[in-house]
Design a binder for this molecule. Structure first.
Ligand code: SF4
Length: 203
């Protein structure tokens, strides 16, 4: 079971394989892990197991700790909050980044963005497309057309509680990158295009 894994100077944390999407570009369709790490779980790790792994790491040596795949980290928002509190209490200088599909408020049927305040320094929200219909075509959310609207709302909420908000798209042929960039400008957040190979570790 791989919970924490190093790629370059970042430590990645894998909390869950659950996700509300089934993106056509998701690396999970093509391989069992990244960087030589097997990331499918037989059983998801308990909070105690996540923190035990963090205690084994020299956290100060990493540029960032990143909550990432193999699944949507905010499905396990309570485990994310508990483990990031441990990190911030024991390593106040640590930078914490969260990569998310932005559907947490639909998943939990409540606004979870306030829970991330003081814990997550950077949030990267995968908008992926510029319209609800193209999002659903590419990402196949279990929430249907509602997903895209909820992601836009989650971006706005995140701006209130997290210092740096980035929205990203994958450089997939079906994505209107210029239109997505315009949305980022309207929302006044950073915009980033992820290459497919980069997505191997960002999904
Ligand atoms: S790319 Fe991310 S949001 Fe899409 S199915 Fe994979 S884990 Fe879920």
């Amino acid at each position: 079971m791989t919970i924490a894994y190093q790629i370059g100077d970042r430590l990645y944390l894998n909390l869950t394989n659950q996700c509300s999407n089934d993106c056509k570009f998701c690396i999970r369709r093509f391989q069992a892990g990244v960087g030589g790490y097997e990331l499918w779980f037989d059983q998801e790790p308990a909070v105690e197991e996540i923190i035990a792994e963090l205690k084994e790491e020299d956290i100060e040596d990493y540029q960032e700790v990143v909550y990432c795949g193999y699944g949507e980290p905010l499905v396990r928002v309570d485990a994310l909050v508990a483990s990031s509190k441990f990190l911030k209490e024991n390593y106040p200088e640590v930078k914490i980044r969260l990569n998310t599909n932005g559907q947490a408020n639909l998943i939990h049927q409540k606004n979870v963005a306030p829970k991330l305040e003081g814990l997550v320094d950077i949030i990267s929200i995968s908008l992926n497309t510029a319209t609800a219909s193209s999002y659903q075509e590419l990402c196949q959310s279990e929430f249907g057309a509602e997903a895209f609207r909820a992601i836009i709302e989650f971006i706005k909420e995140s701006k209130q509680f997290i210092p740096k908000v980035i929205i990203s798209v994958v450089d997939h042929s079906d994505v209107d990158i210029a239109a997505a960039r315009e949305i980022a400008e309207e929302l006044d957040v950073e915009f980033r295009v992820r290459s497919f190979s980069e997505n191997e570790r960002e999904s």
